[in-house]
Design a protein around this ligand. Structure first.
Ligand SMILES: Cc1cc2nc3c(=O)[nH]c(=O)nc-3n(C[C@H](O)[C@H](O)[C@H](O)COP(=O)(O)OP(=O)(O)OC[C@H]3O[C@@H](n4cnc5c(N)ncnc54)[C@H](O)[C@@H]3O)c2cc1C
Length: 304
């Protein structure tokens, strides 16, 4: 969502792409999905990969499954189309782990403009942000001040900010920033994310329920060591269901918890919808989409 980068038809990097794909297939077979995840995380930080994806038509067609667009205009157009189909949206200005204060301020300004665009276009959308994009790895106070500015602006325009959860070394600081916003700055239009692959998440959720927090549950997207995270996917999935039930339980309802579920996993979405209907949580304000929606974009409707 920063500089628009129109696709060009210059020299095709096809040979490079074919070699990269062959190497990727080799490592994937040898080392499995943890290698793939580490590679994707590396690529998401690499400026050359970003440039390749946004300037080369084939790469962009692959990436567009995951990225709505390269500027705010594209984000507004994609959101309008999803809203037209009855789907609410959360918008994330991609980028993380900035290393200079200037980059953090640039990200803050872009998100401020995004909040303005949402209001000006009357969109059904909120904003998710990454604390390290706002400076968390440079200076915790810098990140707090940037995020506070954004949550205050969101409040002024009737919007909501979700603080994404990043890799495990940032979890305590991120939860601290969230709690300071919620309980010291008294901002109620902010929520946080918990990842089901972390062993600590059940304890975090129990505490967040006590606080009546707005929690989004996801599986987790970072390469974590087995000391802190379930190494096997079935355990991550089982914990997702376990944690979803805590967030949808009686105690959470009494505390006013409004949970969100971020996943593309069709069977988990169905299980959660079934659980909600069976336990009549609609009365507590939890909204269940009428029809099953399995497309990547629609997952954002369940997972804001
Ligand atoms: C709205 C939203 C917010 C998120 N916020 C965070 C966050 O703050 N922190 C964090 O660590 N992670 C976040 N994630 C990422 C999340 O943790 C997972 O890494 C990611 O969603 C893939 O896991 P899954 O739950 O979809 O299930 P998986 O078990 O990985 O996949 C289930 C099925 O969905 C398919 N699938 C997976 N991804 C896609 C896709 N993009 N499009 C279409 N199908 C797909 C898979 O092929 C598989 O068939 C978020 C995801 C979403 C959708």
């Amino acid at each position: 969502m920063d500089k628009p980068l129109p696709p060009t038809r210059s020299r095709s990097p096809l040979p490079l792409f074919v070699i990269a794909t062959a190497v990727a297939a080799f490592f994937l077979v040898r080392h499995g999905s943890s290698w793939l995840r580490r590679t994707l995380i590396y690529l998401s930080h690499a400026p050359w990969a970003r440039q390749l994806v946004s300037s080369w038509g084939v790469a962009w067609r692959v990436a567009s499954r995951f990225v709505a667009g390269v500027d705010r205009e594209a984000a507004v157009a994609a959101t309008r189309e999803l809203n037209r189909r009855g789907i609410m949206v959360t918008l994330d200005y991609l980028g993380e782990s900035c290393t200079h204060e200037g980059e953090a301020l640039q990200a803050r300004e872009e998100i401020l403009r995004l909040l303005g665009d949402i209001a000006a276009n009357d969109l059904q959308a909120n904003v998710s942000l990454k604390p390290t994009q706002l400076g968390l790895k440079i200076d915790r106070e810098l990140a707090y001040s940037n995020i506070c500015t954004l949550v205050e602006r969101a409040k002024a325009v009737g919007n909501f900010i979700r603080i994404d959860m990043e890799d495990s070394p940032t979890v305590d600081t991120t939860l601290g920033v969230y709690r300071q916003l919620r309980h010291e700055a008294n901002l109620d239009n902010v929520g946080v994310v918990i990842q089901s692959y972390l062993y600590r998440s059940e304890a975090d959720i129990e505490q967040l329920i006590d606080e009546g927090a707005r929690v989004r549950l996801c599986k987790g997207a970072y390469a974590e060591p087995p000391e802190v995270a379930f190494p096997h996917k079935p355990d991550v999935d089982a914990n997702y269901l376990n944690l979803s039930r805590l967030l949808l339980g009686q105690r959470a309802a009494e505390k006013g918890v409004y949970p969100a579920f971020a996943t593309h996993d069709a069977s988990i979405i169905e299980e959660i919808k079934h659980y909600v209907r069976a336990h009549n949580h609609l009365a507590a304000g939890v909204r269940v989409p009428d029809a099953p929606r399995h497309s990547p974009r629609s997952a954002r409707a369940v997972g804001q």
